[in-house]
Design a protein around this ligand. Structure first.
Ligand code: PEP
Ligand code: MG
Length: 325
């Protein structure tokens, strides 16, 4: 099976009836792109930029960041690179940025909430990303969006940053696309409102499951309740995908769920356009995508949506996988 999967890795991700699906990779540094390419990734669906901030004793400069984003864009040779802006806070602390002690850090001052308050940090990163955007196919993604207000605010800062660069005669991709991570239930439920303001969504199921199921993603005591195939999660995902398509936008997924075989066919049937995962997961997911038609996947997803419990969905999904593999 491993040999077969290795052969599949280099083939395109096209369903049995010819629909092209984007299979991309999550990375933490530009060097990770080599592993993504070796496993047949189409591009980068999530570039977590935290490494720049965590491996440093002070805020990384615009120049330091620019170098890394540029390097990644060049390595990708025109394939998409979705750069997520700083997602610090929660479990990720920076010694040089004083985040006050919080009772519930995951519900606290993190990610876009910090960036909208510390516009100096935010703009430095946006400048670096914009400058690198002339070197490849870069998209910008904002994390931890809870509603359209934050999207508008973040886009306003982006527009201000672009204006500054224009004044300085510094080039950037004027058509750079902007999206958000959908990882807070309120964003998933208002996807129809937000879709008008963005070019794409990427569903972050790691946090979406944590918030929607009220299950700490790192607490082993409640890990059995952490169920991405919960009917409540499937409905949220469907809502996001449907809303994006109504406005001609695309939806990807960069949470762990996108790289799991149990979820793959259902997500395909729900209409997910892009699956982004760790490099090692790519061959098996590609193999699945190539094994089913969209019509089959849609029927499977429709049936899964009629089910009452995560256990039922999981069992159904495993039976389907046994038939395919
Ligand atoms: C997510 O929340 O699903 C996600 C991809 O982001 P992170 O795991 O970095 O929080
Ligand atoms: Mg997240």
């Amino acid at each position: 099976r491993r040999k077969k999967l290795q052969e599949v890795a280099s083939l395109p991700a096209i369903t049995a009836d010819g629909r092209r699906i984007e299979i991309s990779c999550n990375i933490g540094t530009p060097e990770d792109i080599h592993g993504a390419a070796a496993n047949g990734g189409d591009g980068i669906g999530l570039f977590r930029t935290e490494f720049l901030y965590m491996n440093s004793n002070s805020l990384p400069s615009e120049e330091e960041q620019y170098e890394q984003y540029r390097k990644a864009a060049v390595l990708l040779q025109g394939k998409p690179l979705i750069i997520r802006t700083l997602d610090i806070g929660g479990d990720k602390k920076l010694p040089y940025l004083r985040i006050p002690e919080e009772m519930n850090p995951f519900l606290g001052w993190r990610a876009i909430r910090i960036c909208l308050e510390r516009k100096d940090i935010f703009k430095t990163q946006l400048r670096a990303i914009l400058r690198a955007s002339t070197e490849g196919n870069i998209l910008i993604m904002f994390p931890m969006i809870s509603g359209v207000g934050e999207v508008r605010e973040a886009k306003k800062v982006l527009e201000e940053t672009k204006e500054e660069l224009r004044r300085e005669n510094i080039k950037f991709d004027e058509n750079i696309r902007v999206g958000i991570m959908v990882e807070i239930p309120s964003a998933a439920m208002t996807a129809d409102i937000i879709a008008k303001e963005v070019d794409f969504f990427s569903i972050g199921t790691n946090d979406l499951c944590q918030y929607a199921l009220a299950v700490d993603r790192m607490n082993p005591k409640v890990s059995s309740l952490y169920q991405p195939l919960h009917p409540g999660i499937l409905r949220l995902i469907k809502n996001v995908i449907d809303a994006s398509h109504r406005y001609g936008k695309f939806t990807g997924m960069c949470g762990e769920m996108a790289g799991t075989e149990e979820a793959c066919v259902i997500l395909l049937g729900l209409g997910l356009d892009e699956f982004s995962m760790s490099a090692a997961a790519i061959p098996a997911i590609k193999n699945l995508v190539r094994s089913v038609t969209i019509k089959q996947a849609e029927e499977i997803a429709d049936h899964a949506l009629t089910m009452d419990t995560p256990e039922e969905v999981l069992e159904y999904s495993r039976n389907i996988l046994n038939q395919i593999n």
